[in-house]
Design a protein around this ligand. Sequence first.
Ligand SMILES: Nc1ncnc2c1ncn2[C@@H]1O[C@H](COP(=O)(O)OP(=O)(O)OP(=O)(O)O)[C@@H](O)[C@H]1O
Ligand SMILES: [Mg+2]
Length: 365
Amino acid sequence: MIDLIDVSKIYPVKGSDDVVALDHVNLHVEAGSIHGIVGQSGAGKSTLIRCLTALEKPTSGSIIVDDIDLSQLRGRELRQARRKIGMVFQAANLFDAKTAGENIAFPLKVAAKKEFTREQRKGRVRELLALVGLEHRGGAYPSELSGGQRQRVGIARALSDTPRVLLCDEPTSALDPESTRAILSLLRQVRDETGVTIVIITHEMSVVREICDSVTLLKDGGIVQSGTIEEVLADPGSPLAKELVPAPSVDELDVTDFNRELTAREIAAQSSSAEAKTSAKASAQPWESGNILLDVIFTSHPGVPTGSNMLNLAAKLGADVTAGTFESMGSVQVGRLALAIPAAERSSIIEQIRAQGAHVEVRSL
Ligand SMILES: Nc1ncnc2c1ncn2[C@@H]1O[C@H](COP(=O)(O)OP(=O)(O)OP(=O)(O)O)[C@@H](O)[C@H]1O
Ligand SMILES: [Mg+2]
């Protein structure tokens, strides 16, 4: 549905180096999917979306939307193509002096006046108000609506000319958590009912977790990682997998407590044989004393007991499970464990966990 082929966007800056906002970006978004674009401030997210709306032309490369190369179009053709692309903004950007219904009808009046009769336009507005759950609020002015309701009107307006693509730039970042959830489920419902392809820019990973089928991480104008949620999670050490399933928080004291228990256990073990005591002393380097915390990330599919295998292994290795999360996303389950282990045994323990296919990192406390 959407293909970016080798897209670069360079902004010339007077008296300084040019800014490379997009650097040879290649991206494919499946028809009817919801694709998230994440990345830090300045990564190029808005530039990418502006290029997709054809408000801006890339410096080089092609942007194909619904089989049409936007970068080749001018004038009337470009206006026609842009009607296939709806846009939802962070703040709904409604006309304050127009009612919700008039705001929704506005794109039809401007772009397609001759194509619809007044009655057809009215019918379309009624349909859209129902779609976004505002059946009885068509006559309300934006000032009479809540932030979440205004965003619903914004979404309805973006859909009024039946676009094939809906581009959303931070559509929920001005909303409270409850309205955010409602707007996200509305976007998913809109996709399910209309088949529209949605590209959503966000700085909130929870948005990606909640509604995206695929995701791209941008950094300095380039793609760091991109794929379906399943693909991204299948690479548990990758930046997106780590952000999608953040490491469970751990109280440093828990690791220290484990240390105390361990010391008691060591003492018991060591006092049982003088020889063991000596060899333990000889093998433990001063910088290896105490405990370290391992972050273990693994994925599994339904029917595969990866989670229990991992917990069994942790028990067998004498590691203390300080915290853990299991989460399902799409068809993948992701587990994260924080394991306190004796520093002196790190190499062997890490090796054995990795042998089970998990990704392991030492967390600095
Ligand atoms: N019109 C412009 N002229 C010059 N530089 C620009 C222009 N627009 C964007 N840039 C630069 O391009 C880079 C990417 O900007 P962009 O707005 O796409 O980032 P972003 O990922 O949307 O960031 P944010 O999360 O803060 O919105 C930045 O370094 C920005 O300063
Ligand atoms: Mg931006």
